[in-house]
Design a protein around this ligand. Structure first.
Ligand SMILES: Nc1ncnc2c1ncn2[C@@H]1O[C@H](COP(=O)(O)OP(=O)(O)O)[C@@H](O)[C@H]1O
Ligand SMILES: [Mg+2]
Length: 372
């Protein structure tokens, strides 16, 4: 695109000659005969350069310069001054004119002045682009650093967790081995239980990590919400029975089918249900525990509600709940579960709210926007 110039002079001859010359050397030119007309044309055409006579009836060049700089500081201004108007030239510079040329106008001088101004414009645009790129680079670097340090944290936490689980596995294998040697069936049984438990934990940990390692694309599907919740409840029932927890489902009838990514929402809910089981198992104050899994809807959301009467949480724990690797369960926890659940729900545009009282239990409400 040609560099555009607005030429302002009250003398028609000068306008005509200069316009022709500037067009000849490749610029796009519009011309005005006074300050007022120049301002109107300026707003319509937004030229990169304004070349204006300093002495004009009505609004003079200095005033025009001031107004244009006010509206558009990046527009470059070349002032045409009379011979000996040194004082006015200085005022022009103070008003941030890029250059001035004196009358009578030597077109070679004018051409050089314009080229200089063009270089200035190009340099400024480049600088701007570099600055923007630099800011982007810095942002990316910070993100990468955060990612790396969370990766480092993760590797540390995984190694720590695996070490604990391997110790359990070793202990179990030792019991099995020595049970075989001594033909002690009970010891074999005991050892085997420990092995199975450890393998189960390792499996869960690896699956969690695999899940976390990828920010996965959601696979949207239209899902019948009640059947979906029923299936999750069915999966959880055995675990609840094993821990002698009274598992109650409370599904509002008539919730239809909505678009969700069933696999990821499934994981999110199972994480929260498993935490509820842990909370009950870890609570020794009550002989009998209950977990209620409810599903209902409001005008805009599907609401999954998971309530336990387990150990509950202090406000301290509640604040850190969704943080990556936060766990209060020692080497029995990874601190990945709620972090992942939170991400999944957020990816669906939903939210998780938590209320809890230490010693009384917790309630997690997961809201997913209804998309049909
Ligand atoms: N239902 C609950 N009752 C009490 N504490 C909970 C409950 N759910 C989560 N928490 C707390 O949040 C922490 C983080 O949970 P999570 O991310 O699933 O990690 P993990 O279960 O591996 O510890 C748990 O260690 C626990 O302190
Ligand atoms: Mg968990």
């Amino acid at each position: 695109m040609n560099t555009s110039i607005l030429l302002v002079d009250d003398e028609a001859d000068i306008r005509e000659v200069l316009s022709l010359f500037l067009k000849d050397i490749g610029y796009a030119v519009v011309a005005a005969e006074n300050g007022g007309e120049a301002l109107t044309l300026f707003r319509q055409t937004l030229p990169q350069i304004v070349i204006s006579d300093i002495k004009m009836p009505g609004m003079d060049g200095i005033e025009l310069l001031r107004r244009i700089k006010q509206e558009s500081p990046d527009t470059e201004f070349i002032m045409i001054t009379g011979h000996g108007d040194m004082d006015l030239a200085i005022v022009s510079f103070q008003g941030q004119a890029a250059d001035f040329i004196t009358k009578p106008i030597n077109v070679d001088v004018l051409e050089i002045a314009i080229k200089k101004v063009c270089e200035k414009i190009i340099a400024r645009d480049l600088l701007r682009e570099y600055t923007a790129n630099l800011e982007k680079l810095i942002r990316e670097k910070t993100e990468l650093q955060n990612h790396l340090s969370s990766l480092g944290l993760m590797i540390g936490s995984i190694s720590h967790g695996l070490k604990g689980l391997l110790t359990g596995l070793d202990g179990g294998m030792y019991l099995v081995d020595s049970g075989f040697t001594r033909e002690n069936q009970a010891q074999v049984q005991e050892g085997w239980q420990i092995v199975k438990l450890s393998v189960e934990r390792i499996r869960k940990m690896v699956l969690d990590i695999l899940y976390y390692a990828k920010e996965r694309e959601l696979k949207w599907e239209r899902v019948d919400i009640l059947a979906f919740a029923q299936e999750i409840a069915g999966n959880m029932e055995i675990k609840m029975k094993q821990q002698q927890i009274d598992f109650v489902t409370n599904f509002a009838p008539g919730i239809g089918a909505y678009e969700i990514d069933p696999a990821s929402i499934h994981s999110a809910l199972v994480n929260i249900l498993e935490n509820a089981i842990d909370a009950c198992v870890r609570d020794e104050t009550r002989p009998q525990h209950q977990i209620v899994f409810a599903v209902r809807e409001d005008p805009v959301n599907i609401c999954f509600d998971i309530k336990d009467n387990g150990i509950g949480m202090t406000s301290d724990i509640r604040e850190k709940l969704f943080t990556l690797f936060f766990s209060s369960k020692g080497n029995k926890g990874t601190g990945l579960g709620l972090f992942i659940s939170h991400n999944i729900v957020a990816q669906h545009g939903g939210s998780i709210s938590v209320s809890s009282t230490p010693g009384h239990g917790s309630q997690f409400i997961i809201k997913i926007p209804k998309l049909s």
